[in-house]
Design a protein around this ligand. Structure first.
Ligand SMILES: [Zn+2]
Length: 282
């Protein structure tokens, strides 16, 4: 059987760089998220050479327009142009950390080459807001909830997962194992269920119904933030069946600093950042 000609193997796509890893002398292996081909791995040959034409367009979290050739194991980047460089993310540690987290959510919750166009558009829109200096917290929680739902893990927020009665406006609990809210009568079916105040439940429902731009304008209280972040983070980890390293990083960064981001401590960032992500920080 004759092999495909080079021309038959070429395709063009937009993509967001979810991770990148130095490979060999001058190459980079990229994990890309694309609108119609989902997540895929590709190699950019010579991308680390100073004169590489594609290299500068393939920064971590950049949105780019690519031509690739289908390969046996990895597709090969043959040309790249920047759509949005997201330079602002590299100047703001909090925005960058949240951007890393969004990329990790996609990396861990999607299988290779599964189309998730709505998540692609949401990721692109969320990165733009983070880049523009919008409060990263509501943008990130909205993305988590929307991505969980799009990937088939929508948490139940409106009726008890056990007795199926509508959730009443009282303190209930969130079961990460079962994937949603349980009422006070049924709470014992999951001893690990986390308490959830009425306001935190309202905020979750608002987040669930809101579009990205509305969600970005919401101003939850500190208590609501603590509860909602804990519930969504635990549920994400349960779904992904592993700790998302970026969540741990964000927590360790915020734990010891009263002013966040603390740009006076670049060494801390370098020490906790994953190798592939750190390589793209300028
Ligand atoms: Zn119940």
């Amino acid at each position: 059987m004759a092999s495909d000609s080079m021309r038959d193997r070429l395709y063009t796509t937009e993509a967001i760089v979810l991770s990148r890893l130095d490979y060999g002398e001058a190459d980079r292996i990229l994990t890309l998220f694309t609108p119609s081909r989902g997540k895929l791995n590709a190699i950019a040959k010579g991308a680390r050479r100073p004169k590489s034409r594609a290299g500068p367009h393939l920064d971590f979290l950049a949105r780019c327009s690519l031509q690739l050739a289908r390969g046996r194991e990895l597709d090969v980047v043959t040309s790249a142009e920047t759509v949005e460089a997201h330079e602002g993310l590299r100047a703001d540690l909090a925005a960058f950390g949240h951007g890393c987290h969004l990329a990790e959510v996609v990396r861990h919750l999607t299988r290779d080459r599964q189309e998730h166009r709505s998540v692609y558009e949401l990721l692109a829109g969320s990165l733009t807001l983070l880049n523009d200096g919008v409060d990263p917290w509501p943008v990130t929680r909205h993305f988590e909830l929307a991505a969980l739902s799009a990937f088939g893990y929508q948490p139940e927020l409106y009726q008890c997962l056990n007795c199926r009665q509508p959730i009443e406006a009282v303190p209930n609990a969130f079961s990460a194992q079962l994937g949603g809210i349980v009422c006070p009568r049924c709470r014992t079916i999951d001893p690990g269920a986390m308490p959830l105040s009425v306001n935190a439940q309202k905020y979750l429902r608002t987040l669930d119904r809101a579009g990205l731009s509305t969600a970005a304008r919401l101003r939850p209280s500190e208590q609501e933030r603590v509860e909602v972040e804990s519930v969504l983070g635990t549920y994400l980890r349960t779904v992904a069946e592993r700790d998302l390293s970026s969540l741990t990083i964000l927590r360790s960064l915020t734990a010891g600093t009263d002013q966040f981001p603390d740009k006076s401590r670049p060494a801390t960032t370098a020490a906790v950042w994953p190798e592939d992500d750190r390589s793209s920080v300028r």
